[in-house]
Design a protein around this ligand. Structure first.
Ligand code: HEM
Ligand code: HEM
Length: 148
């Protein structure tokens, strides 16, 4: 399918920058700060990496929307349908919640968009991995198993 390579690259860049950003923000130990909330030293670079790569994924999905996503959606084949539909449903909430995190004024709304972003992005990554071709999926699974 044309656009597959860009999909893989964009998903890797946005997914990995997002996951490492999540690690730096919520899990990693942070140096004590004299001024307000402590911040991990990688946080700002990861935020920039995530923000710069995010439009590449939006472009990559737009590129295959008619030729692949809608074309497959209108066929009655069951192959990869569940994971494809999961990505279709998560795409817009994932993208909009990301940008709404930045534009929210009230803290409660910002927190709600962060939750929606993390849930929809997590489901997207899961569905994307499930959607991949067999050999590639098996290779990724083997790597993940070897690491754990
Ligand atoms: C693919 C998986 C993705 C993961 C794992 C992920 C993860 C994250 C995380 C952890 C944050 C920080 C939330 C916080 O402030 O506490 C974030 C913020 C953000 N994400 Fe994503 N994200 C993903 C995809 C996307 C996509 C596709 C877009 C947009 C097209 C996007 C746009 C944004 C934006 C604009 C922010 C706000 C950055 C800020 O100012 O802090 N993300 N994301
Ligand atoms: C946002 C939604 C979607 C994205 C980002 C997406 C992405 C992709 C990618 C990157 C591939 C190539 C995978 C590989 O190299 O192994 C692929 C293949 C495939 N997808 Fe999707 N897909 C989406 C939606 C759907 C939907 C809704 C269906 C079915 C209802 C579907 C069915 C298939 C099938 C049957 C293949 C294998 C045949 C082919 O390459 O055309 N996809 N998809």
């Amino acid at each position: 399918m044309p656009g597959s390579l860009l999909q893989h690259i964009a998903n890797a860049l946005v997914g990995i920058s997002g996951l490492v950003y999540a690690y730096a923000r919520y899990l990693a130990e942070k140096p004590p700060s004299e001024f307000g909330n402590p911040v991990h030293p990688w946080e700002e670079s990861l935020r920039v990496a995530h923000l710069i790569t995010a439009p590449v994924l939006v472009f990559a999905v737009g590129l295959i929307w008619n030729s692949h996503v809608m074309a497959q959606f209108h066929q009655s084949r069951a192959k990869r349908r569940r994971s494809g539909l999961a990505m279709m449903g998560n795409a817009l909430p994932m993208v909009f919640s990301g940008y709404l995190i930045q534009t929210a004024v009230l803290e409660n709304w910002r927190r709600a968009w962060i939750w929606i972003h993390l849930i929809t992005a997590g489901l997207w990554i899961f569905a994307y991995l499930a959607h991949l071709r067999g050999p590639l999926k098996r290779r990724i699974n083997r790597r993940l198993q070897a690491r754990s």
